[in-house]
Design a protein around this ligand. Structure first.
Ligand code: SAM
Ligand code: SF4
Length: 326
């Protein structure tokens, strides 16, 4: 098992399959983001080998992320291979929904029924401002098709002051007639620009208070290791939740590991890249046990929480979330 020095078991990997994206969300990357050469990315064979090593050490869940995962060629075939690895119980995906529509039948036949869809506004013009691309209709269509196939859709909404806080309750209302989960995410300082992010005014409590100002809320029991505090509006089908990604109240139960598209490992969102498994795998005398010992050492060195990790973070917050994978 992968266990850190604070006794936390790591059994969940967030796997970025590409750093590329077809949107340019302002909170995630600069307009002129530079991307890696394809040869720098982990190949399908490398990913499969890596996940086999990790599953042997107790990883049971993978979330495919990016960049935009559906920009990776042959993603469906890669997911198929990952799903059939012994010990992998769940493969999930986070997507911006721009290209996702045409893959829905494949996802359903692979048994991937729950999708995290990132959507920060219900207004087309605002969508274009946030994402710097005119793709709202595609995302909206994808959302509707997923619902028509009874997929479990979780909407990720990054809450941004003076941008979309006026829509917090519109998103809550989406849970009225459909089994949708809305997740309000505190904005984090990973916009790839390091442009003087000095904290947030919309903390999780303020977000919840905003919903409470309009609706009665019932607190739900949160799943173990979850990052979200979840609630339900009585009589509504779906649920809402808030992710204190900046306040970091969930570090005590963190069970995750992040692998970038180029094989770089992070054991904490707010911490340094700890080692590069692609370089290990491409070295002449590579053996699986090199990765295992590297990962065990990296996980063992994990800080108690994101605030401690941040003190030693040498990328000085110019990192883009499209590299980290969210
Ligand atoms: N492109 C896909 C998408 O947008 O769903 C997957 C990658 S994206 C980096 C994963 C998640 O990170 C998205 O839900 C996105 O909203 C979130 N995210 C990106 N930058 C963020 C930031 N600065 N603060 C909080 N969440 C962020
Ligand atoms: Fe792309 Fe997702 Fe980042 Fe938006 S949040 S720029 S969709 S990777």
């Amino acid at each position: 098992m992968l266990v850190d020095a604070h006794g936390r078991v790591v059994n969940y990997v967030r796997l970025s399959v590409t750093d590329r994206c077809n949107l340019r969300c302002t909170y995630c990357m600069p307009a002129n983001m530079k991307f890696e050469q394809a040869s720098e990315l982990l190949t399908d064979d490398e990913i499969v080998r890596l996940i086999k090593i990790l599953s042997f050490d107790g990883i049971t869940k993978i979330r495919i992320t990016g960049g935009e995962p559906f920009l990776r060629p042959n993603l469906i075939s890669l997911i198929d291979k990952l799903k059939s690895i012994d010990g992998i119980e769940e493969v999930a995906i986070t997507t911006n929904g721009v290209l996702t529509k045409k893959y829905i039948p494949d996802l359903i036949s692979l048994g991937i029924n729950n999708i995290n869809l990132s959507l920060d506004t219900l207004d087309a013009a605002k969508f274009e401002k946030i994402t710097r691309r005119n793709k709202f209709k595609d995302v909206q269509e994808c959302f509707n098709i997923m619902l028509s196939h009874d997929m479990q859709v979780k909407i990720n909404m990054v809450v941004m002051e003076n941008v979309n806080t006026d829509e917090i309750n519109d998103f809550a209302e989406l849970t009225c007639l459909q089994p949708v989960s809305v997740r309000y995410i505190e904005e984090m300082p990973f916009n790839g620009q390091g442009n003087g992010f000095s904290g947030i005014n919309w903390h999780y409590q303020r977000i919840i208070d905003t919903v409470k100002s309009k609706y009665e809320l019932i607190k739900l029991t949160d799943a173990p290791n979850t990052t979200a505090m979840t609630y339900k509006i009585p009589g509504y089908y779906g649920n809402i939740g808030v992710i204190p990604a900046y306040s970091r109240t969930f570090c005590g139960t963190c069970n995750r590991l992040r692998i970038s598209a180029t094989g770089s490992i992070k054991t904490c969102l707010y911490g340094n890249h700890m080692l590069n498994v692609r370089d290990l795998m491409r070295s002449k005398d590579f053996e699986d046990r090199n990765i295992r010992s590297g990962l065990h050492a990296a996980i063992n060195a994990r800080f108690i929480d994101g605030f401690e990790a941040e003190k030693y973070f040498i990328q000085d917050q110019k990192e883009s979330m499209s590299i980290i994978g969210g």
